[in-house]
Design a binder for this molecule. Sequence first.
Ligand SMILES: Nc1nc2c(c(=O)[nH]1)N=C([C@H](O)[C@H](O)COP(=O)(O)OP(=O)(O)OP(=O)(O)O)CN2
Ligand SMILES: [Zn+2]
Length: 148
Amino acid sequence: MEITTRLEFDAGHRIPDHKSQCRNLHGHRYALEITLSGEIIDAEHASENGMVMDFADVKRIARETIVDRWDHAFLVYRGDTVVLDFLNSLPSHKTVIFPSVPTAENMAAEAFKLLKAQYQDTFGNQLKLVKVRLYETPNSWTDAFDLI
Ligand SMILES: Nc1nc2c(c(=O)[nH]1)N=C([C@H](O)[C@H](O)COP(=O)(O)OP(=O)(O)OP(=O)(O)O)CN2
Ligand SMILES: [Zn+2]
């Protein structure tokens, strides 16, 4: 079985070498969809009985791991020194330094890597993160999978 839940957040970014307008500082309302697979839990009287994982717990983990960190932050490539220096000059600014250019693809890959370690198979139902889908706009999105 697969389950999917969706969270949204706002963040700023830029693609410094982009050929067009994405080189400008701008923001998106991102949507993050998390898909997990596993067997349906068969544990009489357990809160999770009949579920792959409680959607509330899927979202709580995603909030703690990604959304609370990236929401209303500016995501900056660590090599984008002109913008990084500017952001560092702003008192108490919420800045997330990225190891790669914060394209939708790199953000989804980073989210997958961080989330994979957080979804634990506590009920022995082969719970597994299978996909992270990130919408950068309502019309454009990317899917990250486990490449290992
Ligand atoms: N493969 C990718 N292409 C682009 C990315 C990306 O992350 N991966 N990012 C951008 C820019 O960030 C840009 O903000 C989004 O571009 P675009 O889809 O062209 O923006 P629109 O506002 O025109 O999108 P609508 O879907 O029409 O609202 C560029 N390319
Ligand atoms: Zn953008």
